[in-house]
Design a protein around this ligand. Structure first.
Ligand code: A3P
Length: 311
């Protein structure tokens, strides 16, 4: 039952050559490395000598619930890309940051020198200290930001927190109560899920360190419905030869999302925690939020040069 809330007015140098990259699915590499360490090296495994842990050449810095996992996994389909599986939280977590850059490098997956490593930690986008810290590591790094329509993203963010509470048998506020200040009936900008969706505010902090050319905006809504063209734009931005094809992406009607096909044997969908059903939200609250985000969105389009068709 919906409660009435408030009255509302209703470049990495030259493009790589595919031949340089192993055709084998990258997932097998860890296993091969293990075999190699055990001394079961074959002619093919000798190449493992070349494996190194490299600092990332590109980072998916956010936005939380924008589709960061899907983007990372899909980019990992590219033979020249190797993903860091876990969110490393090096730049946003003071304790981790204090461990130094070698600690960070050692968290990276093994890759061949001609490949690039990519990690994703969506907390980077909204954490004050991160742009300066990344700049100090590599001032020419490429930065990927995947965004979704801000109100949908805020509800997705809320849904994740709600699920965590429910898992612990805790009750939680309704989205409407958190998103709208009951005293003023205005959008509650103290609510983190709302603040995170004001993309332009966060981006402006990053622009104090990096020129806009070092960012690429991924349309997270389009990545859901039509992933290939979004991925092709990223390949271009990263100066990678186009290698991800429609073969690598198939729609899984049961999941309601695209899943990944690495080769004839290996395919996978994202975990069930990706693509949750959102709770129903009072339409008047949605309208209010969309109106609130509108001017920030316009500014975001203007700064990034990418216009998204958000209401
Ligand atoms: P919802 O759970 O709100 O649907 P993140 O990885 O940044 O947490 O983003 C999660 C979102 O990725 C999900 O939000 C989902 O909509 C979106 N997503 C995009 N492509 C997806 C895919 N192929 N499979 C599952 N989720 C995908």
């Amino acid at each position: 039952m919906l409660q009435p809330i408030c009255p509302v007015e209703s470049r990495f140098g030259d493009a790589h050559n595919q031949a340089e990259f192993p055709l084998r699915a990258l997932q097998f590499k860890r296993g091969l490395l293990h075999e190699f360490r055990k001394g079961n090296s074959s002619k093919e495994q000798v190449r493992l000598h070349d494996l190194v842990q490299q600092l990332p050449k590109a980072i998916i810095i956010g936005v939380r619930k924008g589709g960061t996992r899907a983007l990372l996994e899909m980019l990992n389909l590219h033979p020249a890309v190797v993903k860091a599986s876990q969110e490393i939280h090096f730049f946003d977590n003071d304790e981790n940051y204090a461990k130094g850059i070698e600690w960070y490098r050692k968290k990276m997956p093994f890759s061949y020198p001609q490949q690039i490593t990519i990690e994703k930690s969506p907390a980077y986008f909204i954490t004050e200290e991160v742009p300066e810290r990344i700049y100090k590591m590599n001032s020419s790094i490429k930065l990927l930001i995947i965004v979704r329509e801000p109100t949908t993203r805020a509800i997705s963010d809320y849904t994740q927190v709600l699920e965590g509470k429910e898992r612990k048998n805790k009750t939680y506020y309704k989205f409407e109560k958190l998103a709208i200040d009951p005293n003023t009936c205005e959008v509650n900008t103290k609510y983190k899920a709302v603040r995170t969706s004001i993309y332009t505010k966060h981006l402006e902090r990053w622009l104090k360190y990096f020129p806009i050319e070092q960012f690429h905006i991924v349309d997270g809504d389009r990545l859901i419905t039509e992933p290939l063209p979004e991925l092709q734009l990223v390949e271009k931005f990263l100066n990678l030869p186009p290698r991800i094809s429609q073969y690598n992406l198939y729609f899984n009607a049961t999941r309601g999302f695209y899943c990944l096909r690495f080769n004839i044997i290996f395919n996978k969908c994202l975990a069930g925690s990706k693509g949750r059903i959102h709770p129903e939200v009072d339409p008047s609250v949605i309208t209010k939020l969309r109106k609130f985000f509108h001017p920030f969105n316009q500014k975001f389009y203007q700064i990034t040069g990418r216009t998204l068709n958000w209401p």
